[in-house]
Design a protein around this ligand. Structure first.
Ligand code: FUB
Length: 327
């Protein structure tokens, strides 16, 4: 199914899509979104309204004029370990094979991260029998670094359960740090050579302020909430993420894929709908931000639509803030 494309407009309108992870594979931009269902779900802080059951892969033609929905690439019923909630996925390519990374709640209601593999960037993908050993929480994002290493970033607060893993084990009633304590950062782990497991135990990333001090949990305009994405620009690593309760997409810059990252500023101001989630990709000499909002559904948190727009760097490597409604 194809759709004429316009920046800052939904890239497809025949279904709701969210959490876009964009990559260039085989010369085109492929987008790996969540597939929001047209259900009248009430919103709560646990994210129960995000009750997704499958993934569709989208691709955009070379002139960025049309978007193709390649159909169902993976369904919950075909993931042996997962009970519900296929949330924000990502994808990677290695040696001609494609990998879809995705979070879901397991039979104990704990979010884990799984991998599914396929021969085409459009899918279909076949899921591994079990989630990645040692994985937890949500929002996997995989960086294929220039030296051939692959890193997975992940983690999200509240419904994403990141607070519950502070001891290294799942503590169901654990709360996050108090306002003056360092905020929880996203997690990172290098992937094994076959991209199916972690090569090491995940470690927490530190995000620092202008004085080199960790950003504190009470600093909701800047602290990490969910939706990590790491890309490289001029040999620097850019970690971008959602601030959740304040609804910004912000970024921090570092010299190492595992951080620390120094906070820099805002990439995207709040969109219509509670969540904001993005990815950044370079294509044809330009940079693009993929994101979602809930405008097509009239503001329903659980019915979002993927959009994209150009992203511009200043000469000093900072990113110009985008207002998604400033057309
Ligand atoms: O789509 C479900 C969740 O909402 C994602 O995992 C979060 O990043 C937020 O966008």
């Amino acid at each position: 199914m194809t759709n004429p494309l316009k920046q800052n407009n939904p890239i497809v309108t025949h279904m709701y899509t969210a959490d876009p992870s964009a990559h260039v594979f085989e010369g085109k931009i492929y987008v790996y979104p969540s597939h929001d269902l047209d259900k009248e779900n009430a919103s709560n802080d646990n994210g129960d309204q995000y009750d997704m059951e499958d993934y569709h892969v989208l691709s955009i033609d070379e002139n960025l004029e049309s978007c193709t929905d390649h159909g169902e690439a993976l369904h919950l019923r075909d993931v042996a370990w997962a009970k519900q909630q296929l949330w924000a996925p990502d994808a990677a390519c290695k040696d001609g094979k494609y990998y879809l990374f995705f979070p879901a709640r397991d039979r104990e209601d704990v979010f884990r991260i799984g991998v599914a593999t396929g021969d085409s960037p459009a899918g279909p993908f076949a899921a591994q029998e079990s989630p990645i050993p040692g994985s937890f929480s949500i929002d996997p994002a995989v960086l294929a670094d220039d030296d051939g290493r692959y890193y997975m970033y992940f983690g999200g607060l509240w419904g994403g359960q990141l607070e519950k893993w502070q001891t290294g084990a799942f503590v169901p009633d654990a709360a996050g740090p108090s306002g003056s304590q360092p905020a929880l950062g996203p997690m990172v782990a290098e992937l094994s050579d076959d991209l199916l497991t972690f090569k090491e135990s995940p470690t927490e990333i530190s995000i620092t302020d202008e004085h080199g001090h960790p950003i504190v949990a009470g600093d909701e305009e800047r602290r990490y909430f969910e939706g990590p994405w790491v890309h490289k620009y001029n040999d620097k690593y850019y970690l971008s993420y959602s601030t959740g309760t304040t609804h910004n997409i912000v970024y921090a810059i570092g010299d190492n894929p595992k951080g620390p990252f120094a906070f820099k500023g805002k990439i995207l101001t709040p969109v219509i709908g509670w969540t904001t989630h993005h990815s950044i990709v370079s294509y044809g000499g330009k940079w693009y931000l993929f994101y979602h909002d809930s405008s097509l559904s009239g503001g329903a948190d659980n019915k979002r639509s993927v959009k994209f727009t150009e992203l511009v760097y200043n000469d000093d490597g900072t990113i110009r803030t985008i207002d998604p409604y400033d057309n």
